[in-house]
Design a protein. Structure first.
Length: 581
């Protein structure tokens, strides 16, 4: 899986990799020439007392060193650039893939896990790419060539060098086999740690309100301890590898010096040959250590490759049509016919047999108890998830046949929990219409009853907004989200219980302004309070995922038991409040 994933990603950069490999080969040749030149200086210059030979061979050695350095630097830069491109491509692929995921698919992976896979796992693969291009290409060449050159210097002595390789390889294989499962645990622990941290930051008010600080500290400590334990074990194994290899190298080097010294004493080899032999031994073992470093990144990269591959091979449930259909008109007539939604693996449908129609210039309200399927129905219209049976059409065209951009232009959403992005007020508003002028921004803010508080903010339209809208109140977030949707001027507006954080006076002014602003559009609104749907042209009652009634407020009060019960319970609640006052 690791090789297949990287092969596909490296294919566009084959030319660059080929040039980089040639440069790596050139710098390797230069490196391998240095011990031979050093031996020649000893034998032909120092021992022979030939100063001219020393200067000549020394000059050649300096020139080779400079050339080797230059080719090594250029090769490193090219490898880094290639690895950065691979990382960029993988992150883009994951991002585009996730954009097609349904809400269920996103929930199945989890936001912290998807974030980890996009950032941390791709970084592990990027590290492996640059290590491979800079080290693994040259290490085998250096090892083999150093061995050949050592054999040329003295065949009998090279037996010790040959024995170094299998001993070192055995140690490496044993340690790598133990590292792989540990890296699996580390990545899983990292996902868990991110999830807990995200929950604690997002839910800090709830944690403090219920005095659960100690419980959350313990939960985080357990997850942190699990990651710490796995990381320490992996670190110990990794730390063991290099000292063991160095120990093996030193043992064989001592043996080489001892046997080499005896051969020199017996006249079996010159002093320069032993010097060159030791140089090649050091080069070979250095290359082996570098290769080991790359091998250490392989287990973790293999785990990361599996996690990235899992995302990339998941088929998005929300695929764009090959040939998008275009409605003959942009009126905004919305219709659901026997719409059903069943969560994957669920025995029963969450929404079943839902049929309703919403026309331009009319307001259709959805009411029902918590969990009755109101928000899920809006998700079907937005195609955040697809129906498992039946259809959702806009102007006679199934939403599954719309181009995603066209559907986004047609439908505007104000979610139940609005989200604002880090930036400015203007930047968040222009998310709905990038070309909107300041005058249009202020008009939308006036309609959304947000202009007054924006004028009081430092910088006004340029006022900073924190992540998720943390610098404004819940009611202000709702009004900014409404203004953002108004700037899009869609044919269909979806208001998902987005007035809940507003006081009665602000809510009344906002509804009055929206009635004028959305007069020619189709409005589908979700509300928990019956008082918010009394003026709707049509009220649809949902109960346990089915349509339990449809009509005007007055008709449903007269004929529908569920609606009458909802209205009665809210009316009793208001009476109790008034009596308490």
């Amino acid at each position: 899986m690791l090789l297949a994933l990287l092969r596909d990603r490296l294919r566009p950069y084959r030319g660059r990799i080929l040039v980089q490999a040639v440069l790596q080969f050139a710098q390797t040749v230069g490196m391998l020439l240095l011990p031979t030149l050093n031996a020649a200086i000893v034998d032909q210059g120092i021992l022979a007392g030939d100063t001219a030979a020393i200067l000549r061979l020394g000059g050649i050695m300096i020139a080779v060193s400079v050339a080797q350095l230059a080719t090594a630097v250029v090769a490193e830069l090219m490898a880094a650039h290639t690895a950065a491109n691979v990382g960029r491509d993988l992150r883009s692929l994951i991002f585009r893939k996730v954009q097609g995921f349904s809400l269920y698919q996103v929930a199945r992976f989890g936001t912290p896990s998807l974030t980890n896979r996009t950032v941390n796992d791709v970084q592990q693969l990027q590290t492996l790419v640059i290590s491979t291009l800079t080290s693994l290409l040259t290490a085998p060449i250096i090892c083999v060539t150093s061995l050949v050159m050592a054999v040329r210097q003295d065949p009998p002595l090279s037996v010790l060098t040959v024995l170094t390789i299998p001993v070192t390889a055995l140690v490496v294989l044993v340690l790598l086999a133990r590292l792989s499962p540990l890296y699996e645990r580390i990545q899983a622990s990292l996902d868990k740690l991110n999830r807990i941290l995200r929950e604690q930051i997002a839910g800090v008010r709830v944690i403090r309100a219920f005095v659960r600080d100690d419980h959350e500290k313990q939960r985080f400590a357990r997850a942190n301890r699990g990651m710490f334990t796995a990381s320490v074990r992996a670190g110990r194994l990794g730390a063991t590898l290099f000292p063991v290899v160095v120990l093996i190298s030193n043992v064989f080097s001592v043996a080489l010096v001892w046997f080499g010294g005896r051969r020199i004493a017996d006249g079996g080899m010159p002093v320069g040959a032993l010097s060159a032999f030791l140089g090649y031994q050091v080069q070979m073992l250095t290359a082996l250590v570098i290769a080991l470093y790359v091998c250490l990144t392989v287990p973790r990269a293999r785990v990361s490759a599996r996690r990235v591959h899992e995302v990339l091979t998941t088929e998005p449930e929300l695929t764009a049509p090959a040939r998008p259909a275009t409605p003959t008109s942009r009126r905004g007539h919305l219709e659901l016919r026997g719409a059903e939604y069943r969560y994957p693996g669920a025995p029963e449908a969450f929404l079943s047999g839902v049929s309703l129609s919403a026309s331009p210039g009319h307001t259709t309200a959805l009411v029902g108890s918590t969990g009755s399927g109101k928000t899920t129905l809006l998700n079907l219209v937005l195609r955040l998830t697809d129906v498992t049976a039946g259809s959702v059409t806009i102007d006679g065209v199934d939403v599954r046949q719309f181009a995603p951009a066209r559907l986004a232009e047609t439908v505007g959403l104000v979610p139940q929990t609005p989200y604002l992005f880090t930036g400015t007020v203007a930047g968040n508003l222009r998310y709905g219409n990038p070309d909107a002028t300041d005058a249009q921004l202020w008009h939308a803010l006036e309609t959304a009853q947000a202009a007054d508080f924006v004028r009081k903010m430092p910088g006004r339209l340029a006022a900073p907004i924190g992540q998720g809208g943390s610098t404004v109140s819940g009611g202000q977030r709702q009004r900014l989200a409404i203004a953002r949707a108004l700037l899009r001027r869609p044919a269909i507006y979806l208001f998902d219980d987005c007035f809940s954080a507003l006081d009665y006076a602000t809510r009344a002014r906002l509804r009055e302004a929206l009635a004028v602003e959305t007069a020619g559009s189709t409005v589908l609104t979700v509300a928990q309070e019956v008082s918010l749907v009394e003026d709707a042209d049509t009220v649809v009652v949902l109960d346990q995922g089915r349509v339990a009634g449809c009509g005007t407020h007055a008709q449903l009060l007269r004929d529908n038991d569920i609606y009458r019960e909802i209205a009665g319970s809210q009316q009793r609640g208001e009476q109790l409040k008034q009596e308490a006052v």
